[in-house]
Design a protein around this ligand. Structure first.
Ligand code: ATP
Ligand code: MG
Length: 198
């Protein structure tokens, strides 16, 4: 039987329960075999701020996902030089899993509403389908306004609403506010130990 693979792309600076809940919901609702988390190498849309090193983001992603047998982590974007484009990542996965694998790119509502602006968007939607999760603060209903060729390649998914973002977590650390219960405890301790986001 052909494999159904979820690709959960993100900066994961840091990874938090919003990402994990979304990936788990996609795994169950779409009967995926695996969800692969892909920390971005050099995200084109995040040039305006300093992001943590790829090794820190990869380590935190590994720590957060290791206990889940159907989650894994890929270094494909981290090991690639230049900007990270979803299209290149999806091509790498198509090669890895073979032509008959079904690839699903998992995003939150904010990212889903942007996909038409991604590099090689037209080729990208030929190669994979999209699973767009609800996310507090974004109206996933706006997806209805996107061109039909995008709409027919995406499915919307309800996930338990978690108003958690990495930006908010970073701001909290900087301001000395607690981040407990927003992300796995191991990741919280790693941030503390490494002095991230201060
Ligand atoms: P930042 O605030 O730095 O942008 P983020 O919390 O948005 O961080 P990203 O790494 O940018 O995290 O997101 C990766 C993917 O996870 C995106 O598709 C995003 O929409 C989705 N996502 C992030 N947080 C949530 C959440 N709380 N609920 C649903 N989806 C989420
Ligand atoms: Mg984001």
């Amino acid at each position: 039987m052909s494999k159904r693979i979820g690709i959960m792309g993100g900066t994961f600076d840091p990874i938090h329960f919003g990402h994990l809940v979304t990936a788990e919901a996609a795994w169950q609702q779409f009967e995926l075999d695996q969800v692969v988390f892909v920390p971005s190498g050099n995200p084109p849309h995040k040039v305006s701020r300093v992001i943590s090193s790829a090794e820190h983001r990869l380590t935190m992603t590994l720590m957060a996902t290791v206990s889940n047998p159907h989650f894994s982590v890929s270094r494909v974007e981290i090991d690639r030089s230049g900007f990270s484009y979803a299209y290149d990542t999806v091509c790498a996965f198509a090669e890895l899993y073979g032509a008959d694998a079904e690839l699903f790119f998992i995003t939150g509502a904010d990212a889903l509403l942007e996909i038409a602006n991604w590099v090689k968007a037209e080729q990208l939607i030929e190669k994979c389908r999209f699973i767009g999760a609800t996310r507090p603060g974004w109206d996933i209903g706006d997806f209805a306004k996107m061109p039909q060729r995008f709409r027919e390649r995406a499915v919307l998914m309800q996930v338990p609403a978690l108003a958690i973002s990495s930006s908010d977590i970073r701001a909290r650390v900087k301001n000395g506010q607690t981040i407990r219960y927003l992300l796995p405890e191991t990741v919280e301790k790693y941030i503390e130990k490494q002095g991230l986001y201060l």
